[in-house]
Each structure stands twice: as structure tokens, then as C-alpha cells.
Design a protein around this ligand. Structure first.
Ligand code: ACO
Length: 362
């Protein structure tokens, strides 16, 4: 038995395949390179949900329906915003968790649309509240990515910015049976419903070993400061038994294909902040050298979080919001897996090996 269940097959899926040895990610029969930045996030949702969600909608209609759903959840989101204002100790992801928890199983709108709409509406509003600003209502005419940026900044985003975020959302839409997706499927298998399953997925994503790495990647770049500081800083971290954030992956033993997609998108956006990208590329190069020296045979490569950090920073998204923004994209996959699991109709219930003491004989 392995404590991390590596190699254990717990589901059959038509949704995505992570080929860790060859650095490929297949989303419902399409290579990641063919979809991220090439088709819209709504089209990716349509691809993932096809034949699973009711109603089964093409991309064009889905854009409209998701816009309507964002507007539909807005009144409820405003109530949660009021509670979050009174509870400043709540982190952004805790506020998002609260927003999803406010949704009801009795709601008439299809639940997969409700959760997909609630995540960007809550995240954008919570970012503004943190900045002492009023949340901005959704605009149903915009795409999911553009509307998130518009709700966050109170102005329409530039085309390039909306395209960069759209690329990111598609790049992280689904990724095999990662911890959050597995969590969502386990909950779905009990017939607890879409909303509870997606909340469970979000709770798993909250952990720093899963969705919480990109903020620390930027902290690392800040602390390193300049090229001279790279190697000493990285070595000191490893000497102290710390992990280098943005590196290593349970499945990928070569470079995570999402890292290159995001690197391309961030380059397009970088503009006058290209020094940041240059420093990041150098840090990546030295980190891979140091990891190979210090952890020989572990095959630790760059993961998705490294360039996620730079992309989200270039879009002026605050670090605390990185995991909630990841959730905007990943909700597409959670929803699809929940729908797929519900069709299986059998509870997921593995076994454990008892290693505790035997009861004392009478
Ligand atoms: N830095 C330094 N050492 C590392 C790193 C890292 N980033 N990742 C793994 N290792 C080392 C471990 O210390 C361990 O070494 P040891 O056997 O000498 O003790 C060995 O590699 C194997 O580590 P595991 O923890 O068994 O690897 P696992 O597959 O469980 O972990 C994980 C994968 C959690 C992503 C890990 O690589 C990590 O913590 N990375 C940093 C955090 C990060 O970037 N997370 C985002 C992942 S992407 C995503 O979830 C969307």
C-alpha cells in the first residue's frame, strides 16, 4: 500500500488523460495545445460537458447561458459579500467557500451552471471588498474570462488580457484524478449532489500542495530579488528541508505541458515587465539544476503553478486570489467529473488496513 494511492485506478473517465511520461494532456480527445488559447473557455466547457449535462448546449449558447447564470447568482452573492465584510478574518478562498455553500439544492437553475457562475462572481467581488471597493455586477454579454476581469477592475478588459485569462482557464480545466477531482467524485458517488461535490473539490484545492502554490512562487521571486541571489536562495531552501514551489508533480516526470502554454500566454502579456519574466526563466533553469543535484532520480520538473503565478500577476490579480481563480477554470472539470460519476451510480468506498491494537482479552 502507498500512502498517496499512486498507481491506484479509482475511476474510468472520458474526460482527460494525463500522460506523465510523455508530458501530454488530453482533454476529451483533444491535445491541450489544440484547445488552450485556441478555443474559448466556454467551448472547452461544452466539450467537457457534452452528453453529460442537461441541457446539452453548444459553445455559443453556453456563453449566453453562463452569462445569464452569473447574473442569476448575483443577488445571493451580494448577501454573502455583506457577511464577508463583517468577517474580515475570512480569507478569499473561505469567502468563496461560503458563497458556494449559500447555493441551494432546491434552486431551479441547473446546478452545474450555478456553481460555474458563482465562482467568478464571488472571487471578483471578494477581491474588491479586500481593496475597500464595492463589488461590480456581472455583465451577461461578456465571456466568462472577460466578465471576471471586468467585475474585478470595474472596466472592460483589453482583448489580450481577456484572451490570456481565457487561455489560463482552459489550461487548468481538468487534469485526471487529481486530489480535488477525486474528492468531488467521492462526494458525488454518495448522491450528495453537484453543489456539495464542487464545494468538496474546492476544499481540497485550498491546500498548498495542490492549488496553493502560485502565490508562494511569487514570494520566492521577490525574496530572490536578482540573478545573483538565485542559487544561494534555492540551496538555502532545500538545506532547510523546504520544497521549491512550482516544481514537482505526482504524475509528470517531464515538463508539465501546461507550463509551456502559460509561458506563451504570459510572454504575450509581459510588455514592460519583461524583467520579471527573464528573472523567472533564470530561476526555473537554476531550480531544475539544483533539484537534479539535490534530489537525483526524483525527476522534479516545472509544474503548472510556476507560470500561472506570472500570468495571474501580469493580470494584476492579487496573490490571495490565485487559488480561487484556479477554481474558476477547474470548476469546468469538477462539474464534468461529478456528472460522469453520478452516471456510475455506485458509492466509492475503499478499504483500510487496521494497524491499531487488538482489544484486551476479557
Ligand atoms: N522541491 C523540493 N523537493 C521536492 C519537491 C519540490 N518542489 N517536490 C518533491 N520533492 C521531493 C520530496 O522532498 C521527496 O524527496 P525525498 O524522497 O528525498 O524525501 C521526493 O521529491 C518525492 O516527493 P513526494 O512528496 O513523494 O512527491 P509527491 O508526488 O507526493 O508530490 C507535489 C507532488 C505535492 C506536487 C510536490 O512535488 C510538491 O510539494 N511540489 C511543490 C508544491 C507545488 O508546486 N504544488 C503545485 C502542484 S501542481 C497542482 O496541484 C495544480
Amino acid at each position: 500500500m502507498t500512502s498517496g494511492l499512486e498507481g491506484v485506478v479509482a475511476a474510468e473517465t472520458v474526460l482527460s488523460h494525463v500522460d506523465g511520461e510523455n508530458g501530454r494532456l488530453i482533454i476529451r480527445g483533444r491535445e491541450l495545445d489544440d484547445i488552450a488559447g485556441k478555443i474559448s473557455f466556454e467551448e472547452v466547457c461544452a466539450l467537457l460537458w457534452e452528453g453529460l449535462a442537461e441541457p446539452d448546449l453548444p459553445e455559443r449558447d453556453l456563453r449566453e447561458v453562463l452569462g445569464t447564470a452569473r447574473v442569476a447568482v448575483w443577488p445571493l452573492a451580494q448577501k454573502v459579500f455583506a457577511l464577508c465584510r463583517e468577517t474580515p478574518a475570512l480569507s478569499l478562498i473561505e469567502g468563496l467557500r461560503l458563497g458556494l455553500s449559500a447555493l441551494s439544492d432546491q434552486d431551479k437553475l441547473p446546478h452545474h451552471l450555478l456553481v460555474t457562475a458563482m465562482v467568478p462572481v464571488m472571487t471578483a467581488g471578494l477581491i474588491r471588498i479586500r481593496q475597500g471597493l464595492e463589488p461590480v455586477a456581472p455583465d451577461e454579454a461578456l465571456s466568462h474570462a472577460a466578465d471576471f476581469l471586468a467585475m474585478m477592475t470595474a472596466r472592460p478588459p483589453k482583448r489580450l488580457q481577456a484572451h490570456a485569462l481565457d487561455t489560463y482557464l482552459s489550461a487548468v480545466c481538468d487534469h485526471g484524478l487529481n486530489a480535488s477531482t477525486f474528492t468531488a467524485r467521492v462526494i458525488a458517488s454518495t448522491q450528495a449532489g453537484m453543489i456539495s461535490s464542487v464545494i468538496g473539490g474546492l476544499c481540497a484545492l485550498k491546500g498548498p500542495l495542490h492549488g496553493g502554490a502560485p502565490g508562494p512562487v511569487l514570494d520566492m521571486l521577490d525574496e530572490i530579488g536578482d540573478e545573483k541571489g538565485i542559487r544561494p536562495w534555492l540551496e538555502r531552501q532545500l538545506d532547510q528541508g523546504e520544497r521549491l514551489m512550482g516544481f514537482g508533480h505526482r504524475i509528470y516526470k517531464v515538463r508539465d505541458p501546461r507550463a509551456d502554454v502559460l509561458k506563451g500566454a504570459v510572454r504575450l502579456l509581459s510588455g514592460d515587465d519583461s524583467n520579471r519574466i527573464a528573472l523567472a526563466e533564470k530561476v526555473e533553469q537554476v531550480a531544475l539544476e539544483v533539484l537534479a543535484e539535490r534530489k537525483p532520480g526524483r525527476r522534479l520538473e516545472t509544474n503548472v503553478e510556476f507560470y500561472t503565478a506570472l500570468l495571474l500577476e501580469a493580470l494584476a490579480i492579487p496573490r490571495e486570489a490565485f487559488t480561487p481563480v484556479f477554481a474558476i477554470g477547474r470548476t469546468a472539470g469538477w462539474v464534468a467529473h461529478v456528472l460522469e460519476q453520478e452516471k456510475v451510480g455506485r458509492i466509492i468506498r475503499p478499504s483500510s488496513v487496521y494497524i491499531g491494537p487488538e482489544p484486551l482479552a476479557a
